[in-house]
Write a protein that binds this ligand. Structure first.
Ligand SMILES: Cc1cc2nc3c(=O)[nH]c(=O)nc-3n(C[C@H](O)[C@H](O)[C@H](O)COP(=O)(O)OP(=O)(O)OC[C@H]3O[C@@H](n4cnc5c(N)ncnc54)[C@H](O)[C@@H]3O)c2cc1C
Length: 400
């Protein structure tokens, strides 16, 4: 197998790198370089710049406003965005909803929602998990009862990322509680978050931030034409979506960015009377991580190069990408936090800060490194837990 990129692929990577350098707004670049987290207005602004270039929907076909790229080009694009770093496109709109609508949506749904999703005119969230349905997603209970031309939805979702800023939610609901198999009674609905009867309650995560929510549905009316695919066949749609979600979740570029960040900071910090970057233990840790990242990159290329155009079957190796990719992401965020040492001490008690005149404990990059470390503990849970990925690997990859 030839593992070298072609001249065209390398030229493509240069083009993407050049575009980001030229077009990422200066204030967003500065904030990201200082280590601040990216906020919704920055994501919207940057995604619209990418969309003008035809690149926001990087994994959609051209026909529906996508970039029409090969799997290798998509991988290169993601990696350039993550390592620069620039804001990533909204994954709910681009990686999850878009491909689902293209594959299963009606013509009206495609025309109405795809252009708005690409341009981030609508911000989508994912209403799958429930208090009793996470790894065993098909156990979901949120009910949708058909009443002439609409469904009446009742129930609760949980861990719904960004629901508090979302315009729409794609949701799994139970339309046939009597189905012989629980997977057979589920439908996939598009729900306008402004519909009466929806309540969104925040869940504050360990990094002190509001990413997550509980969403309650109380007699929420959803028009029948907002169902994607046939009634009771929503499980096929969900499986397709989860497969796509896992492919991009390895976030190799993000791990590389964290290692580069740690290396850069280590040049300025001193340990045992010399720059930390010259410390043998630090260098060993960097070398080990970079070696692992390189092996994962090669596995990712193997998965991508085995993909046939238009193929819908998910390669079970994507479970390895998710599993190993998130383990490395967690290891690299830990490295960045360790480099900061005592400076990494979080200082997020904003309310207390408002009451006292205590100065900041450390520079923004250091406390944000801790925030990123803490938030990404969740990477081994979302998108299918790493234990579930191990089950898939043992059965479908190792044949145990
Ligand atoms: C930060 C974050 C963001 C999220 N965003 C969203 C979102 O936007 N939309 C959404 O719908 N959901 C979201 N989720 C939910 C996520 O998909 C679930 O948390 C995940 O699927 C696990 O489900 P659970 O939390 O119910 O845990 P459970 O399924 O109850 O699992 C508990 C533990 O048991 C283990 N376990 C369960 N079953 C098995 C098994 N068969 N074999 C071995 N071990 C097993 C799990 O690995 C885990 O360690 C998010 C979660 C997090 C943490």
């Amino acid at each position: 197998m030839d593992l070298r990129f072609s001249a065209e692929e390398l030229a493509f990577r240069d083009e993407v790198r050049g575009f980001i350098r030229e077009n990422l707004p200066e204030d967003i670049r500065e904030r990201l370089q200082l280590g601040h987290k990216v906020e919704k207005p920055d994501i919207v602004r940057w995604q619209r710049i990418l969309n003008k270039q035809g690149w926001a929907a990087y994994n959609w076909p051209k026909e529906w406003g996508g970039a029409g790229w090969t799997p290798i080009q998509r991988m290169m694009f993601l990696e350039e965005i993550q390592t620069f770093p620039a804001p990533e496109v909204n994954p709910f709109n681009i990686t999850m909803l878009g491909p689902v609508l293209i594959q299963f949506g009606s013509d009206e749904q495609k025309k109405r929602f795809l252009p708005r999703a690409a341009n981030l005119d609508d911000w989508w969230c994912q209403g799958f998990s429930e208090p009793g349905a996470g790894s065993d997603l098909a156990a979901l209970k949120t009910a949708a009862r058909l009443d002439r031309d609409h469904y009446v939805v009742n129930g609760q979702k949980i861990w719904t990322s960004t629901a508090h800023m979302a315009d729409w939610c794609f949701c799994l609901v139970r339309t046939n509680p009597q189905a012989a198999k629980k997977q057979e009674g589920i439908s996939f609905l598009l729900i306008d978050m402004k519909t009466p009867g929806i309540t969104v309650r925040p869940i504050i995560s360990i990094d002190g931030e509001h990413h997550l929510n509980e969403v309650f549905f109380d007699d929420v009316k959803v028009p029948v034409d907002m169902r994607v695919g046939p009634e009771n066949r929503g499980w096929d749609v969900a499986k397709f979506l989860l497969g796509n979600e896992r492919t991009g979740i390895a976030r190799l570029g993000k791990s590389k960015e964290r290692v580069n960040f740690a290396k850069q900071k280590a040049r300025d910090l001193r340990a045992h009377g010399r720059p930390l970057s010259e410390d043998p233990e630090f260098r060993r840790r960097i070398a080990a991580l970079e070696t692992e990242l390189k092996s994962l990159e090669i596995t990712q290329l193997r998965v991508l190069s085995a993909q046939k155009p238009g193929e819908r079957r998910q390669d079970p190796l994507t479970a390895v990408l998710k599993l190993k990719g998130t383990e490395l992401l967690q290891a690299t965020t830990e490295l960045a936090m360790d480099v900061a040492g005592p400076l990494a001490m979080p200082d997020w008690a904003d309310e207390l800060e408002a009451l006292s005149n205590e100065p900041e404990l450390g520079p923004v990059w250091a406390t944000e490194a801790t925030r990123s470390y803490l938030f990404l503990r969740a990477a081994s849970i979302y998108g299918g837990t790493n234990e579930i990925m191990k089950n898939i690997v043992s059965k479908a990859v190792l044949g145990l």
